[in-house]
Ligand binder design. Sequence first.
Ligand SMILES: C[S@@+](CC[C@H](N)C(=O)[O-])C[C@H]1O[C@@H](n2cnc3c(N)ncnc32)[C@H](O)[C@@H]1O
Length: 287
Amino acid sequence: MAGNCKILEGDCLKLLRKEITEQIDLTFFAPPDVREKEQWVFDDGRREYSYWDWLKEILSRIYRTTNDGGAVYFMHSEKNTEDVLRILRESEWTLQNLIIWKNRVSAVPSKLHYGRHYQLLAFVTKGKRPRIFNRLRVDLPPSPEHKHSRTNGVYLTDVWDDIREVASEYSLSGEHLKGSKGNLIRRTQVPVALLLRIILASSVPGDTVFDPFAGTGTTLVVAGQTYRNCIGIEIDPEYVRVIKNRLKYQRPVDNVTQYYSYYRYTQNLSSIWPVEKRSIPAQKPFI
Ligand SMILES: C[S@@+](CC[C@H](N)C(=O)[O-])C[C@H]1O[C@@H](n2cnc3c(N)ncnc32)[C@H](O)[C@@H]1O
């Protein structure tokens, strides 16, 4: 039996005020970029917001409906760090880590600064202590300067360089969702492996995972398979349709068990991530 997932169509702030009655344990927060004005739609009859005030209001709402110790992973580009940390602090979240998710494709410098080669994930909690923090171990191959091969993996740190982005001009993993003309339907689609890691580290089966900007629905796809309940909100009806299809007809690339072996050295993995033994594929390198 998988987790219970629902997708709501509409404005996340409005729905958070009116319809979300569940207590949330973990939120993945990837809002539309500040430059993509056409995408940050909000429908609040009461007031006009600036972009950062709008996000702060949403984070405050999420804070109220999150269980003590519950977490948010706020994904953003490094240039917005000052504003992101400010609004998280002002909405009462406590910073645990700034995680670097390193891109795999190369980055070109501008005339002013180095090429930007990573995204940041601000991992914050309600209160000082996370309710759940599972210390994941991964089967990362040793670097060339290591003399010995590892026999029981290594703890995951705040630098994640082993997860490839779904789509870029030069590299496409098989995960990207295509439109009718074979085009990418969303440049910012996040990989299954990224959400899997976040969900495994900061929740347990039966918890409720929330995504207020669901996009192509990766959070829901992973939460359901890992026995978490999930609520996603998406304002664009076209994406709501994509998410429903993605949940209904699971694609092999969305199957999370392909990553099980990579995490096999994690203590109590089977209680964090119940999987039928026979469905675990043969070991496959993650990178
Ligand atoms: C950066 S994308 C999210 C990408 C997503 N994580 C994925 O993997 O596809 C932001 C999404 O937020 C949606 N959105 C914009 N304003 C919204 C609002 N007020 N309420 C809910 N969703 C909204 C956009 O339609 C877009 O799909």
